[in-house]
Write a new protein. Structure first.
Length: 454
């Protein structure tokens, strides 16, 4: 990294950043009280609010959003006439997915092989620490040249829309000239990347009922309709033989014309077992950035251990559908629901409950803020040029902000590069990426302030 005062300051602050991330990761802040007590999210929100107050933020508030979660907001006024930049992160995390599968406790930040492991270390508690580092570096080197608003969401991973609904009801709160969403990631470690598109999502709980109660499989099996077998058939109808997502009426042939993702790199990043094929058609970039993708993320059925020889009366699954830019998430939800209704076998009784939805997003990468970001990345990543990539995941707030503030320039950066394994066991963050992206963000704020004066 090229020596400069901002970079030197960030380097000196890294031990503090590690200690703070350790404290923040310790909160089991899954925004679902069925998984961990609500007090875990409340504690994380209070921690974030305290950190903002300690940095001199004004109007720090815990916002009670319509989905029952709390987002944290604060304002750091800049010089008179300076532009306003909104910095975003979220403190809620995905469940640990079985603590026995982690090499170290998921809620204890653990240093191993040059990375820091822990749930939320990259997605997205580390994103909040990145914002703090950038602001501290600027304060130590002449001050923050813009007004800064920070909002840290409390239910992003649930997709329940609490902050979106709050922003719609209080549109003046998050107004800004530019928005930096710290919840994305570089294409790979060391390659500075902005995310140009996000897939949206819809989440459905699907239940099939066929009998009034379970039956003995020897006495009734072969004629009595098995709800679990019906569910398996129904879910299988959502994929073609090659694994492509096929939902009646939903286009799935879009092409990605930007940065490509070589198959061998993808296999390595995804840790695909030797001999197992990738699914779908087209390039990898087509499949993960430009086309819909359905995933069964949970299923209720008897466990193998303790199971009985029974025909199942009911079965339930949670189905996620990623929606590419150019497709309305509400329309995709209707098509998915209609497909499920049309393909339910044996007259089974189907019920569908929507539990989350977010629209896809496409950024305007030609805006002046992207020039400021590209210049900042050249400083933080010497010898590398900023790349633009897609992201298969969803950040529902992006589209809400773009609708509320059509003149705002929205940029997506962050710590969730492939090695981070976000949403999986053994999630981790690269401290080098945290350092470089904090330097990037600090220089971006300087460059953006200058561009607005020009």
């Amino acid at each position: 990294m090229t020596a400069n005062p901002i970079a030197e300051t960030v380097t000196s602050l890294m031990p503090r950043a590690q200690a703070e991330l350790t404290e923040l990761v310790a909160f089991r802040s899954v925004a679902d009280p069925a998984v961990f007590p609500r007090s875990e999210c409340e504690g994380a929100a209070e921690w974030v609010a305290g950190a903002l107050r300690a940095e001199g933020f004004q109007d720090v508030a815990l916002l009670d959003t319509p989905d029952g979660s709390r987002s944290v907001y604060g304002l750091l006024p800049g010089p008179e006439g300076a532009p306003t930049v909104l910095l975003y992160a979220h403190y809620d995390v995905q469940p640990p997915l079985g603590e026995d599968a982690w090499l170290s406790p998921p809620f204890e930040l653990t240093e191993r092989n040059g990375r820091w492991y822990g749930r939320g270390s990259a997605d997205c508690k580390g994103g909040f620490i990145m914002h703090l580092l950038a602001l501290r570096a600027l304060k130590a080197n002449g001050g923050v040249p813009v007004s800064v608003k920070v909002v840290v969401e409390g239910s992003e991973e649930q997709g329940t829309g609490g902050l979106e609904r709050y922003a719609e009801a209080h549109p003046e709160l998050l107004t800004a000239d530019a928005v930096v969403i710290g919840d994305s990631g570089n294409f790979r470690v060391g390659l500075p990347t902005v995310t140009a598109t996000l897939r949206g999502m819809t989440m459905l709980r699907v239940r099939l009922d066929t009998l009034e109660g379970n039956l003995h499989s020897g006495q009734f099996g072969g004629a009595a309709p098995d709800a679990l077998a019906a569910l398996i058939r129904l879910l299988d109808s959502l994929r073609a033989d090659d694994g492509s997502t096929v939902i009646d009426g939903l286009a799935s042939d879009a092409v990605w014309d930007g940065l490509q993702y070589p198959q061998d790199e993808f296999r390595r990043d995804a840790k695909v077992i030797d001999g197992v094929e990738l699914i779908g058609g087209g390039t990898v970039a087509d499949r993960i950035w430009a086309r819909p993708a359905v995933t069964v993320i949970g299923i209720d059925c008897p466990a193998v251990v303790g199971s009985t020889p029974s025909v199942q009366a009911s079965a339930r699954a949670q189905v996620s559908l990623r929606v590419p830019p150019g497709t309305d998430a509400a329309d995709a939800t209707e098509l998915l629901t209609a497909h499920l209704q049309a393909h339910t076998p044996w007259g089974a009784r189907l019920s569908v409950e929507q539990v989350g939805q977010g629209q896809p997003f496409r950024a305007d990468t030609s805006s002046p803020a992207y020039t400021a970001m590209a210049d900042a990345m050249r400083v933080a990543y010497p010898g590398e040029e900023m790349q633009s990539a897609g992201l298969g995941g969803s950040i529902p707030l992006c589209n809400t902000l773009a609708t509320l503030y059509p003149d705002a320039e929205i940029l997506l950066i962050g710590l969730s590069e492939p090695e981070a394994q976000i949403h999986a066991v053994n999630e981790s963050v690269s401290p080098e990426e945290l350092e470089r992206l904090s330097v990037t963000e600090a220089h971006f704020l300087v460059n953006y302030a200058r561009s607005k004066k020009a």
